[in-house]
Design a protein around this ligand. Structure first.
Ligand code: FAD
Ligand code: LAC
Ligand code: ZN
Length: 484
């Protein structure tokens, strides 16, 4: 222990105090062990830090933060590190520590009568979902990274995913948060109440704040009764216009029973095949748009009859050209595997332009057409990939560089490709970040696009809660602006 403590002091004397309060074995300083904490899933850049702190209790988080506040060390809170916008990747690590929440991973309480769950921030999303299921309930947030991402990270990024259409984003599912503030004080904002109108709703500030205002250590979440019928269909449509017409028809017919409506341009199938070469989509491979459409209901509603009726009407009217309803859970899982594999396949292909934009529902087809045309005419050797949560107007319009292009060159040109796509998003009055957040990758374009009044409010909130600018410096808000 003494040797460890000595090694920590040699890195930076400020760390020695952290080692004293939480124990030197909770301070990671060796390069190889630190490496996994310094990159997020996107692989866009490597971060820097003096050390990684791994406190095991809320009290230890507070102790770490107090030392950091007293000694001027910046803190990058880190969950599962599955973020896609470099929110955990600090550019300059001279005065920075990463604080990992992984050891805070206890389910605190499941209250099936109140339909709530309270948990430590470091629980994985999958652990939250499993604990909810064990009580006959569901926690509906669902995303490809759910096995690794943490609920604290989901709250900090206001994560979306595939069930937003029915249940909303993380923000809509959070009833309370417990936060360690930048000076080490603890705010217990956990209540389990669905209605609570006592003044400003402070928890909303921390949801989506990306670690820039405090460290979320606990969360209270809404649960829902577990649906007994889930019907999943894989549908082919001739165009994105037709896909959006199917959505409109289905929403009228099924009300809020639609739990997912995901679209994939047929070009995305090649990426799924990089992960599973045997993938055969349930509808013709060249069908222009592939849709995964899911309904959930209680046992009193015949969801099978409903989905079959909607689909047969859609086939009759030409809105759909082919449709297969899953006959078993395994069959449905195979549909979803295509959607998950295409994301993994893109990552295996290497660096690519990754966007996460939203437009009004009626503009989804027009946006995709304009973006595809832009790539075809301006970047003819690059390959468009259009997929996403069409039910929420959220499109991941990604672009693969030519295979023979060196990564450094692809990244350089990719910045220009992205800028052109963002111009199109702006022309549609859309958002350049529908669900992944701002982080560091989108910070400058976000900040440049703000009205002065909005910048002032953001900077005022930041300096009111984090006057020293120690929480996730350079994430979401540019460093220079934090100081003014
Ligand atoms: P991290 O990556 O560790 O951190 C993300 C940000 O939150 C950072 O700014 C960090 O400082 C902050 N943070 C983390 N934990 C805390 C805490 N306890 N307190 C304060 N700040 C904290 N996102 C979607 O929205 N929808 C999707 O469909 C989706 N699909 C994905 C699929 C894949 C395959 C992958 C890899 C990612 C996907 N994501 C998606 C992005 C990512 O999973 C989410 O943003 C997730 O919520 C991040 O959680 P995390 O624990 O990994 O956070
Ligand atoms: C998805 C992630 C990339 O929708 O947001 O798969
Ligand atoms: Zn997404």
């Amino acid at each position: 222990v003494a040797a460890l403590q000595g090694a920590i002091s040699n890195i930076d004397p400020r760390l020695a105090r952290v080692g004293q309060v939480i124990g030197p074995d909770r301070v990671v300083i060796t390069g190889s062990e630190m490496e996994t904490y310094l990159r997020d899933w996107s692989g866009d850049g490597r971060g820097q830090a003096l050390a990684v702190l791994r406190p095991a209790t809320v009290g230890e988080v507070q102790a770490c933060v107090r030392v950091c506040a007293e000694t001027g060390l910046g803190i990058v809170p880190q969950g599962g590190n599955t973020g896609l916008v470099s929110g955990t990747v600090a550019e300059d690590g001279r005065d920075i520590v990463v604080l990992s929440l992984s050891r805070l991973n206890r389910i605190r309480a499941v209250d099936s009568a109140n339909l709530t769950i309270d948990a430590d921030a470091g629980c994985t999303l999958q652990a939250i979902k499993d604990a909810s299921e064990a009580a006959g309930c569901i926690f509906p947030l669902a995303l490809g990274a759910q096995g690794s991402c943490q609920i604290g990270g989901n709250v900090a990024t206001n994560a979306g995913g595939i069930n937003v259409l029915r249940y909303g984003m993380a923000r809509d599912l959070v009833l309370g948060v417990e936060v360690v503030l930048p000076d080490g004080r603890l705010w217990n904002g956990m209540s389990g109440l669905r209605k609570d109108n006592r003044g400003y709703d402070l928890k909303q500030l921390f949801i989506g704040s990306e670690g820039t205002l405090g460290i979320v250590t606990g969360v209270g979440l809404k649960l829902f009764p577990r649906p007994e019928n889930i019907e999943t269909a894989y549908v082919g449509a001739a165009s994105f216009e037709a896909a959006m017409s199917l959505l409109a028809v289905a929403r009228r017919a099924c009300s809020d029973m639609i739990t997912a409506f995901e679209v994939m341009g047929s070009e995305c199938l090649a990426m799924a095949r990089l992960v599973d070469p045997a993938v055969v989509p349930p509808v013709g491979q060249n069908t222009p748009v592939h849709i995964i459409f899911e309904l959930s209901s209680s046992r009193l509603i015949d969801a099978r009859l409903l989905i079959e009726t909607v689909l047969s009407e859609a086939l009759a009217s030409g809105v759909a050209i082919d449709a297969v309803v899953a006959q078993s859970q395994a069959h449905a899982r195979a549909f979803w595997a295509i959607r998950e594999d295409l994301v993994e396949g893109q990552a295996r292909r290497g660096y690519h332009v990754r966007t996460d934009v939203s437009v009004r529902l009626g503009d989804v087809p027009g946006f995709i057409a304009a973006a595809r045309k832009y790539i075809e005419t301006q970047w003819p050797a690059w390959i468009s990939q259009a997929y996403g949560h069409a039910g929420d107007g959220n499109v991941h319009f990604n672009v693969l560089p030519p295979e023979n292009l060196a990564e450094s060159e692809a990244r350089r040109l990719g910045a220009d490709v992205t800028a052109g796509l963002y111009d199109i998003v702006r022309a549609f009055g859309g958002s350049i970040s529908a669900e992944h957040g701002i982080g560091r990758s989108r910070r400058d374009v976000f900040w440049a696009g703000l009205e002065p009044v909005q910048r002032n409010m953001l900077a005022a909130i930041k300096s009111a809660i984090d006057p020293q600018g120690l929480m996730n410096p350079g994430c979401l808000i540019p460093l220079a602006k934090e100081k003014t």
